[in-house]
Design a protein around this ligand. Structure first.
Ligand SMILES: [Ca+2]
Length: 113
């Protein structure tokens, strides 16, 4: 099967140079990426989220963050940090987003019953 992402750089370059509107899905993808970098660049490595950066991201960008206790953030950090380097890299972050995405889907399915 052809890798669907191999023509992506060209596609994104074309968008940029023609200032075409992003589709809603593309906007969502851009937001996922830029949100990561908005927080990952604050301290330590620019390419990973520290516990503090992850906490800030969750508190500011997700409604579930408001009610999260310190212990829940620790648990989440532990479950996301697959390689146990105490940092959340982009791959680990994308697993988190996938989990959220599936929860949203369940919510909408439940809603439409
Ligand atoms: Ca990690």
């Amino acid at each position: 099967m052809m890798n669907p992402t191999c023509s992506l750089p060209l596609c994104l370059e074309t968008r940029k140079s023609h200032t075409l509107m992003e589709t809603p899905l593309e906007k969502a993808l851009t937001t996922m990426v830029t949100t990561f970098h908005k927080y990952s660049g604050r301290e330590g490595s620019k390419l990973t989220l520290s516990r503090k950066e992850l906490k800030e991201l969750i508190k500011k960008e997700l409604c579930l963050g408001e009610k999260m206790k310190e212990s829940s953030i620790d648990d989440l950090m532990k479950s996301l940090d697959k390689n146990r380097d105490q940092e959340i890299d982009f791959k680990e972050y994308s697993v988190f987003l996938t989990t959220l995405c599936m929860a949203y889907n369940d919510f909408f399915l439940e809603d439409s019953k």
